[in-house]
Design a protein around this ligand. Structure first.
Ligand code: ADP
Ligand code: MG
Length: 977
């Protein structure tokens, strides 16, 4: 079956390659023709191709010529100086055929898988140039700011030569220049800059002129797996302070820390007790095992049970770790796992676990308090019901049943109860996150502390992600745990996942050295295919088998030995690590052994490109977190190829095979020689968490002497299986995030579309009228459902609603008439509401004129109509934004809440979808209602301390007027009291 699939897959790939190769020949033929043109004539090609596109030729028809133009431009630029990253470089690139092939694949919306060093940066120039001929926005997405600048200067030389504009977009690009940047034909920038600008355009811009982006036509994502897979787990969020924080992290931190300490002490005691017993029984030292009495056997068994318990309470316990280095002891501990796994022993398992305060499931990244833990929490001053939810429905019913209370009193009781409930929920939530921070988040692995702030480390890349925060209060919890300043509670103003941002482009393509293992995900989520492009020269890299050790200690010793040997030959070495912590550990080892080296870890992001670029020098040793310096080429110093090229050492297998391939790909580029090898130990988290207990049994059999690697083919297989399992799990997690965001995406699109309409409309007052009309219709439908059902026709209710919401009067008879149809009723209501609104508008207009007359000579640059239009526009915008933000907050809460319902056998996603829909419905109604209120509320007033207008120049007067204008909506609050 698999073989067959592979075959079909294989042939499909080869078929495409063959098809595109024919186009490559066309490109080359065209380019040959272009060689006879003079430079001016070549440059004119851009205008010509643009004109032909406008006249109806398709991009596919233009492709061979356009690509040929790029190739020919490269030929002409040969030997010229290009200024890149502070240095002058001689241009020395003309696209190879495989690059043209990759360029064709990308135009057709594929991900071109091209090995590191194959020249993807140049490859992208062809589809970018072609698509920019349309005049529509074309973006190239890089992994970091450095590469955006570099590639824009470097490859940008081609576009500039051919008369297209290109701009870099980085974190440093000032806001006021960004509109200009986006106006360029081609923009090079990072995904977060693009994404955040999109969010700002749609949630903060107050006028169409403030919006930066021109739209989303074509994007190529460089290192596409890094951006669409690794980074896709945390959505982009714009947030700001929220009014009235209720968080209690500060207050809860100490007791939580204490609870965790109790647990640690308990486990420590269990572990040392167990060790003592095992020592006494001669189980720890090597050599002949003495025969044990029955009693001693029981003692031994209990010691292992204790250790098992420790593994559930504090998985990182040092004593436990040490004991597990010995495969015999390890298998004894694991036996308890198997034993408790069996159905009849479940109860005993629960009972055993109840000795702990907290049960930690590292694998699922979850934890749970036992009754004992909850009890202790109570004794430490916590509330025992901190972990129990209130059943509001039940409590309300109780209140309703109290006959001695009147309606008012019942209402008050319910409000008080709801307050108490929300306080309790907040407290419980803070508590949960604090415990998570203590039990599952590790410093220097999951985050670092930089300049008194908690900075997230991306678990795949080891990069710090300043500016991003763990969501849902976890960040604050970690701040409390580490004793750094707790940032105020924030509220989401706007949010989007990268997945949904990139799905907005009409056409999306990508390139990377490693996409095949995730081909399925790319296809399912983004509908893009991965096409493997052959290399320009035959690859020379030799990958050694993994070396597998029992303990980390032995593993590091072996790595050190290897470094010494290879370094002795003068070959450069690149060592990839999984975390900042390992980088530092390794650096210590190297220092102790007097090996000069450079450490490149997440903490020094700025210099990484330079260091990586120098990693190919003779004798260089560079220690780097996985994928640090990604996108920067490692060039070998002269002579290094002769002694074998770069040697890459992986210090563990990563959770994803893709990251391992990425590391290997750092050597042997463009036909250079190079070698790679991975070192693994049974203490690595991948093996610790994701291999089966059967492996331990196997280890006992293949157990090597201290310091020797274990060689068993089964193990390689087991590691790969573990990796696949984690990959699958991570994919599910990303899909999960996306499924939730998809629900939001529909709502976001709708609200943003409405907002943009308001922003760009010539006639916002017209939109305001539509809102009023829509509201009347919507409410009409609520009050008049059917004449035949009891209470289904409610003229009085409708009348009451109208008079409470609008400054209008209606008589009872206006709607209470059997001959009236719903549409008649609606018409009547709308007519009157609009009449009074029109009246209001003309009244304000008169007011503005009189203010204008007071202020100056009457020739104010903005007419009264214009001013009024802008005021209404800003009233609309303000309410859209405010209510949408509130909605996002409700959605956040809903997300947290549905997860609690898993207990009730309900599918949280379904629950979420359903309730998010209801919430959106009520948002819709609330938005209309509040806008309606505001439309009747605002009033124009003269600026309070307007300076004597006549002494001012006209220009500044205009400014004054505008400033006051923008303040206008604030006056609202002062209005009605
Ligand atoms: P990738 O992104 O695929 O890893 P880069 O775009 O960083 O590769 O290019 C790697 C190196 O190959 C660069 O130093 C570049 O100058 C060189 N290169 C790329 N294409 C060509 C070419 N057609 N001719 C000569 N050198 C090239
Ligand atoms: Mg690259």
């Amino acid at each position: 079956m698999l073989g067959l699939l592979k075959k079909i897959f294989g042939t499909q790939q080869t078929r495409l390659i063959r098809k595109y190769q024919k186009i490559v020949s066309l490109v080359n033929a065209e380019e040959a023709k272009l060689q006879s043109l003079n430079e001016q004539e070549l440059k004119q090609k851009t205008e010509e191709l643009k004109a032909r596109y406008q006249a109806g030729e398709t991009l596919e028809q233009l492709l061979p010529e356009a690509y040929a133009v790029v190739k020919n431009a490269c030929r002409r630029m040969w030997g010229t100086d290009v200024h890149v990253s502070g240095y002058d470089q001689k241009w020395d690139m003309i696209p190879y055929d495989v690059q043209i092939l990759g360029a064709i694949a990308m135009h057709y919306g594929a991900i071109a898988e091209m090995m590191t060093g194959e020249g993807k940066t140049l490859t992208a120039s062809m589809p970018l140039y072609l698509n920019a001929l349309t005049g529509k926005p074309v973006h190239l997405v890089t992994v970091n700011d450095y590469l955006a600048e570099r590639d824009c200067q470097w490859i940008g030389a081609i576009y500039r030569f051919l008369g297209l504009s290109v701009e870099p977009l980085t974190n440093k690009t000032p806001h006021q220049l960004r509109r200009q940047v986006y106006a360029a034909d081609i923009v090079y920038g990072t995904s977060s800059e693009f994404g955040f600008d999109y969010l700002r355009d749609n949630s903060m811009a107050q006028s169409a002129q403030e919006q930066l982006q021109r739209g989303h036509y074509f994007a190529i994502v460089d290192e596409v797996d890094s951006i669409l897979i690794d980074e896709a787990r945390t959505p982009l969020i714009i947030s700001g302070p929220t009014g009235g924080s209720k968080q209690m992290y500060d207050m809860l931190q100490n007791p939580v820390a204490q609870l965790v300490r109790f647990q640690r002490d308990l486990c420590n005691k269990l572990a040392t007790d167990a060790r003592k017993t095992l020592e006494q029984l001669g189980r720890i030292s090597e050599g002949e095992l003495v025969k044990l009495s029955k009693e001693q056997e029981a003692e031994e068994k209990d010691a292992y049970r204790k250790l098992w318990l420790v593994s559930k309470g504090t998985p990182h316990n040092k004593v436990l770790k040490r004991i597990k280095e010995n495969p015999d002891l390890r298998s004894q501990v694991d036996k308890w796992d198997t034993y408790f796994y069996a159905e009849p022993n479940k109860e005993e398992r629960t009972k055993t676990l109840s000795e702990l305060y907290i049960i930690v499931d590292e694998r699922a990244s979850e934890y749970e308090l036992t009754d004992k833990g909850i009890h202790l929490w109570g004794e430490m001053g916590g509330a025992t019901d901190d972990f129990v939810m209130m059943d509001l429905g039940y409590e309300y019913a109780q209140i309703d049943a109290q006959e001695d209370l009147d309606e008012q009193a019942k209402m008050q009781k319910k409000v008080a109860l709801r307050e108490a409930d929300s306080h309790r929920k907040e407290r419980a939530h803070n508590l949960r996150q604090l415990l998570r921070a203590h039990l599952l988040m590790e410093r220097d692995v999951d985050y670092i502390i930089a300049e008194g702030k908690i900075v997230i480390i991306d678990e795949n890349t080891g990069r710090p992600q300043p500016g991003r925060r763990f969501s849902d209060g976890l960040h604050q919890a970690i701040e409390a745990k580490e004793g750094v300043a707790i940032q105020g509670e924030t509220q989401t103003y706007a949010t989007i996942t990268l997945q949904n941002y990139f799905r907005m482009y009409n056409k999306l393509a990508g390139m990377t050295g490693t996409a095949m293992t995730e081909a399925n995900e790319f296809k399912e989520i983004y509908k893009i295919e991965v096409l493997a492009i052959p290399t320009n020269r035959k690859g020379q890299r030799k990958d050694a088998d993994d070396e597998i050790y029992m303990s980390e200690r032995e593993k590091y010793n072996a790595i050190l030995k290897e470094i010494q040997t290879i370094h002795g030959l003068g070959r450069p070495i690149l060592i990839g690590t999984e975390s900042v912590e390992t980088s530092e550990k390794l650096s210590r080892i190297l220092r102790q052994n007097k090996l000069e080296h450079t450490v490149l870890n997440a903490k020094q992001h700025d210099k990484e490109a330079e260091i990586i670029a120098a990693a190919g020098r003779r004798g260089a040793i560079v220690v780097a977190t996985n994928m640090a310096g990604r996108g920067t080429d490692i060039k070998l110093e002269e002579g290094v190829a002769l002694i074998g090229g770069l040697h890459v050492i992986g210090t563990t297998r990563h959770q994803s095979r893709r990251i391992d391939r990425q590391l290997r790909g750092r050597c042997a580029r463009q036909g250079d020689p190079g070698t790679s090898k991975f070192y693994v130990s049974f203490e690595d988290s991948l093996l610790r968490l994701f291999t089966s207990p059967r492996i331990t049994a196997l280890l006992q059999r293949f157990r090597p002497p201290e310091g020797e690697p274990i060689s068993a083919k089964v193990l390689n297989k087991a590691i790969e299986t573990a990796q696949k399992r984690v990959e699958q799990r991570n994919y599910q997690m990303r899909k999960h995030t996306l499924e939730y965001d998809d629900v939001m995406n529909k709502q976001r699109t709708e609200v943003y579309a409405f907002r943009n309409e308001v922003l760009r409309s010539e006639d916002p007052i017209g939109i305001a009228r539509e809102v009023l009309e829509g509201l009347c219709i919507q409410m009409g439908q609520k009050f008049f459902v059917s004449k035949s059902t009891e209470g289904g026709w409610n003229p009085e209710g409708f009348r009451q609603w109208l008079i409470t919401n609008f400054p209008v009067t209606f008589e009872s008879k206006d709607f209470d008439d059997d001959y009236l149809q719903l549409t008649d009723i609606e018409d009547r209501a709308i007519e009157k509401v609009l009449e009074i609104f029109n009246h209001k508008i003309s009244h304000e207009e008169v007011l503005i004129r009189s203010v204008q007359a007071q202020m100056g000579d009457g020739s104010t640059p903005m007419s009264a109509e214009e001013i009024l239009r802008e005021v209404v526009r800003s009233v609309l915008l303000r309410h859209i934004d405010q209510l949408w933000q509130e909605h996002l907050l409700h959605i956040d809460h809903l997300r947290a809440e549905v997860n609690l319902r898993v207990v009730g056998q309900k599918d949280p996603l379904l629950e979420f979808k359903h309730e998010a829909f209801l919430l959106f419905d009520s948002l819709n109604l609330r938005m209309k209602t509040e806008i309606a209120h505001a439309l009747f509320k605002f009033q124009m007033v003269a600026p309070k301390d307007a300076p004597a207008p006549k002494t001012r120049k006209k220009e500044s007067k205009e400014l004054e007027f505008r400033t006051n204008l923008s303040l206008m909506p604030e006056l609202e609050a002062r209005q009605e009291s």
